[in-house]
Design a protein. Structure first.
Length: 202
């Protein structure tokens, strides 16, 4: 997600287009093997270069250590990661893009051939997708009935998603840096097992 978001929001003060596509292509989607392979290669490239440089998503200062919205949802998290990027826009300009996220919505602004059924993520703010409330389900795939559950909504501040079982959380937090820049901090965490399996007698 970050490779796309970073290029998108920093390229033209939050109003640029990462990729030029037609409306027909967005609606039709592209699930061809070539598209999936291309997205897989892009994702692998981002993962490799991210490990080497970490410049794009590196948390700053105490961002990785301090509490963020959503931490209370997975108090016993065994796995946790925190990423952050600086966007040349104010929280109010970024918030609509977060609010419309999700499969069968605005997409995940990521590798659409892998995680959005080949349908291109939105390249504009979509008015009819601007409503998101606690308890809403954001499908993970174009055909799924379940997915991420919206756990918390703080307008222009934080959007927290979780899994139905309560063992994971994914937070998107906006923090104003100055009059022209905002930090987008995301934290993912997982308890591995919401109810750890019991061992039998030894």
């Amino acid at each position: 997600m970050y490779a796309i978001v970073d290029a998108w929001w920093t390229s033209s003060a939050g109003h640029g287009r990462a990729i030029e596509i037609t409306r027909a292509e967005r609606e039709r989607g592209d699930t061809s093997p070539v598209k999936r392979l291309a997205d897989a290669i892009r994702l692998a490239g981002v993962m490799v270069t991210g490990v080497l440089s970490r410049r794009t998503v590196r948390p700053r200062g105490d961002e990785a250590r301090r509490p963020l919205p959503g931490d209370e949802l997975v108090a016993s998290a065994k796995i946790r990661w925190t990423h952050g990027i600086t966007i040349r826009a104010r929280p109010g300009e970024i918030w609509p893009w977060l609010r419309q996220m999700g499969c069968r919505r605005g997409g995940w602004y990521s590798y659409d051939g892998l995680d959005n059924g080949g349908v291109a993520s939105a390249d504009r703010m979509v008015p009819e997708l601007q409503r998101v409330e606690v308890g809403d389900i954001l499908p993970m795939t174009p055909t799924a009935d379940d997915g991420f559950v919206v756990r918390a909504v703080e307008p222009e501040r934080a959007l927290v998603l979780g899994d139905p079982g309560g063992s994971a959380a994914w937070a998107f937090v906006l923090e104003l840096v100055n009059e022209a820049h905002t930090r987008l901090i995301t934290r993912g965490q997982h308890a591995v097992f919401a109810n750890p399996p019991r061992r039998g007698p030894v």
